[in-house]
Design a protein around this ligand. Structure first.
Ligand code: NAD
Length: 460
């Protein structure tokens, strides 16, 4: 197991979603007793019964390995009673105007203060992605409730934004590039430093299946003020969205001039000032973070009468990219109405069951609006998507063969490894017309073209 180099703290994590569950599993693995709270009773029952509730590589193993160390509950007030560290990891979804909805964070703060005991010393850590000033707001909510209750607790505050990638969540939590702590309170900083010592010094034994990456430098704990920490998170996600939109913009030009965007990106990526990451052209970005955080950052700026034209353009390019996918299908098929279009991949990327803001699901809805008939497939999230969109009139196909047989076109929206190793010659021969729109530049283009397939990639 793990060898924590620092004293153990009882940690209570509020919100057992993608962030809370992965963080809790890792902290338990490092030896801390962990209480995981969620207001969703079904979710808590499933977790208690040993079901991981989200799809994430390595999570079922880590949760079962740390069972003795973890408690799942819906009772937030009881859950914080003996905690030294309380991590808020609830959702902050977008509102209609693009602001992040922080009601769940405020609710959690309120209930934390209702649960704290006289004389309790703890650190409240905001891990959710939150707009500027939310950390201050959490403190004022807790102060107010403690005061009203007449309870004297010693509460310290820190912002500790999360950078994990879904599909790599455990890996990223164990082997982060950096840990950002925003606080002006040395006590809070000390507590988090202690909590993360095994990660900062990499003194734990890697769990099976999650080996330590070679040649990776030790993560830095970057300590800063809370407002800067809140902005590090938004600015990082906005920058990554800009990077993807940038290469998609270049991809469009590549299609015009006859260049290959993967070659252009390869050459660009060798420049260490640019870096090779996030330069894959495709159907555009989605997921539960980029769209929401890009909007929230613009909403923050608007509150201050400021604009972010580069960030805004990233969103516009992303919408254009989706529209461009449909245009290319229409160009190839001439008429979309009545066509059978197979869409492979409903999650925004491989390795996750997260269906929020997924490009595949967006394109499906646009295809349906244009009168196409859709056959949808996903190796992990098919039933989840069906449950989420019971009213969509389409075929949820349980196999890729079923989706492609007799289809007029196929759109690859997610590069699940399950799709990449199929016999694509055989599969496309079952189609009525062999039109392939490879939205991830992941299929064997030359092989398919040589066999007469109308293969279209993105930017090549
Ligand atoms: P999620 O929707 O998967 O999980 C949130 C969980 O919190 C849900 O299970 C919900 O039932 C629970 N919850 C909501 N309000 C609650 C309350 N008042 N008390 C108790 N439980 C409550 O969300 P997520 O993807 O884990 O994201 C959480 C936060 O972390 C968000 O702010 C998000 O922006 C941020 N974040 C997410 C990721 C990611 O990849 N998903 C990465 C970095 C940061």
């Amino acid at each position: 197991g793990a060898h924590p180099a620092a004293p153990l703290a009882q940690v209570t994590i509020i919100g057992s979603g993608y962030v809370g569950l992965n963080t809790g599993a890792v902290l338990a693995y490092l030896g801390h007793p962990v209480v995981m709270v969620d207001r969703d009773e079904q979710r808590v029952r499933d977790l208690q019964a040993g079901q991981p509730v989200i799809f994430e590589v390595g999570l079922p193993d880590l949760l079962s390995q740390t069972r003795a160390q973890t408690t799942f509950t819906t009772d937030l007030r009881a859950g914080v009673r003996d905690a030294q560290v309380i991590v808020i990891a609830v959702g902050t979804p977008p509102t209609a105007s693009g602001d992040a909805d922080t009601r769940a964070v405020e609710q959690a703060a309120q209930e934390i203060a209702e649960g704290l005991q006289d004389g309790q010393r703890c650190v409240v850590v905001v891990k959710s992605t939150v707009p500027i000033g939310t950390n201050r707001r959490v403190k004022s909510v807790i102060d107010r409730v403690l005061h009203a209750r007449g309870v004297q607790a010693q509460v310290h505050y820190a912002s500790n934004p999360e950078f994990l990638r879904e599909g790599m969540a455990l890996h990223d939590t164990l082997y982060p590039d950096r840990v950002v702590v925003g606080s002006d309170d040395p006590e809070a900083l000390r507590a988090l430093q202690q909590l993360y010592t095994p990660i900062l010094e990499q003194t734990f034994t890697p769990p099976p299946g999650l080996p330590r990456p070679d040649h990776k430098p030790l993560p830095t704990l970057m300590s800063t003020d809370a407002t800067s920490a809140e902005l590090v998170k938004y600015a990082s996600n906005a920058f990554l969205a800009v990077k993807i939109s940038f290469i998609n913009e270049v991809a469009g030009l590549c299609e015009k001039v006859g260049a290959d965007v993967s070659e252009v990106a390869r050459g660009m990526g060798m420049d260490i000032r640019i870096g090779a990451g996030f330069l894959q052209a495709g159907v555009g970005w989605g997921g539960s973070c980029f769209p929401k955080d890009v909007l929230a950052l613009q909403a923050v700026a608007a509150e201050y009468g400021y604009t972010l034209p580069i960030v805004q353009a990233a969103g516009e390019v992303n919408r254009r990219q989706r529209a461009h996918m449909l245009e290319r299908l229409q160009d190839a098929l001439k008429v979309l109405r009545g066509r059978q279009v197979a869409v492979l991949g409903l999650t925004f990327k491989p390795g996750t069951s997260d269906l929020r803001e997924s490009p595949g699901l967006d394109l499906i809805q646009q295809l349906l609006r244009r009168g196409a008939h859709v056959r949808a497939h996903d190796p992990v999230a098919l039933s989840g998507a069906q449950a989420l969109y019971p009213d969509l009139d389409l075929d949820w196909t349980p196999s890729v063969e079923a989706a492609l047989s007799g289809a007029d076109a196929v759109l690859l929206a997610t590069a699940w490894p399950e799709y990449l190793h199929l016999d694509w010659l055989d599969l496309t021969r079952r189609m009525r017309t062999r039109v392939v729109l490879d939205g991830r530049n992941a299929l064997p283009a030359e092989l398919l073209r040589q066999d007469g397939v109308a293969y279209m990639g993105v930017g090549r």
